[in-house]
Write a protein that binds this ligand. Structure first.
Ligand SMILES: [Zn+2]
Length: 344
């Protein structure tokens, strides 16, 4: 039997030119505009913000790294992914204080970042735009498309400043990291599940939480199904008890000065110093400071240290967490009134 062939489409040379132009444009290369026949020059990194910048961007990020960021961004070659990049590497900062008289003038500010060797560095807008050779309108457009690109809070990298440092071997190169940004809405776990649930709700209500497990497992229509790890009350440990069992001091360092956790940027732990952790409150600090969790040895007699910390883990709940009395009553009521089918 002969193989079926698809219907042959009429060829359209105009399309080829437009497609090629688009590829050139999205890769930051020079091209000749199809409509106006104007030639547009290739994207080129622009000079950085200079030494007067408050964020000292050019000290934090060297020229060769800027070049990598520039090429990484344009090698995405796709406007959608470039917008995702922009959105992932910026945050909205709400001004702390709003005075009524100036309210209208305090627009939402945005903070911009680049990841360099897995450390998120804040840069000024000018540096961000100059490094990628984009303008404010490109950023504006990226944000206005945000909802349509399917980004949700959980999926956005870089919503906060104190990222844990990751093993450099895992994510050394910038382009690799760029490639790990989800491609489009279709890859977005959250939205796939939401879709599945709303599809189900159109047909029938959800009566018991168990139904969600099945719905999530069957949410993906192609590829491997999602694996659902069902948790129960025994999954949770009481970390407060655990923390108290191995130390009581988390705020006073070995130089006897107090540190605010909010200011900590990097934390380091070492196997050979099990009772201490090390931290930096600024990327500019050369040395780590140390906090000994056992606290001040002179002032309090120490309990003997547990040899095996894991043995100290205590379950947070000793039994299943019961429904609140009122909720239980209401649910029974709904069953009695046959609003929830008696089957349940
Ligand atoms: Zn700057």
């Amino acid at each position: 039997m002969r193989q079926k062939r698809g219907k042959k489409r009429p060829c359209n040379p105009d399309n080829w030119v437009m497609k090629k132009t688009k590829t050139l444009r999205n890769s930051g290369l020079g091209y000749v505009s199809y409509k106006s026949k104007r030639s547009v020059s290739a994207r080129k990194i622009r000079p950085s913000c200079g030494s007067k910048c408050r964020l000292k961007c050019s000290e934090k990020i060297k020229e060769e790294v800027r070049q990598q960021l520039f090429s990484g961004f344009w090698s995405l070659g796709d406007v959608q992914r470039q917008r995702e990049f922009i959105v992932s590497y910026s945050d909205e900062i709400k001004p702390k204080y709003r005075y009524s008289s100036t309210q209208n003038f305090r627009a939402m500010n945005r903070a911009f970042y680049f990841d360099v060797h897995n450390v998120r560095m804040r840069v000024c807008k000018q540096f961000f735009m100059a490094t990628l050779d984009i303008n404010a309108r490109t950023i504006q457009t990226a944000f206005s498309k945000k909802s349509s690109t399917g980004f949700v809070a959980e999926d956005r990298r870089g919503k906060h400043n104190n990222h844990p440092t990751v093993d450099p071997e895992i994510k050394e190169s910038v382009p690799q990291f760029i490639n790990s940004i989800p491609r489009n809405e279709g890859d977005n776990v959250h939205s796939v599940i939401e879709k599945q649930i709303s599809r189900h709700l159109r047909a029938s209500p959800i009566y018991i939480p168990d139904q969600y497990v099945t719905l999530i497992q069957s949410a993906k229509k192609t590829g491997l199904p999602y694996k659902v790890h069902v948790l129960n009350h025994e999954t949770f440990y009481d970390l407060k008890v655990f923390a108290e069992s191995f130390g009581s001091n988390f705020n006073v360092n070995t130089e006897r000065s107090t540190v605010t956790w909010h200011d900590i940027k990097i934390i380091r732990v070492e196997k050979q110093h099990a009772n201490s952790f090390f931290y930096k409150t600024s990327y500019e600090n050369e040395e780590f400071k140390e906090i000994d969790v056992r606290g001040n040895k002179r002032s309090r007699p120490r309990k003997s240290m547990p040899s095996q910390i894991s043995s100290q883990l205590v379950l947070a709940y000793s039994k299943k967490i019961p429904l609140a009395e009122n909720k239980k009553k209401d649910i029974k009521d709904l069953i009695q009134k046959r609003i929830i089918p008696q089957y349940y």
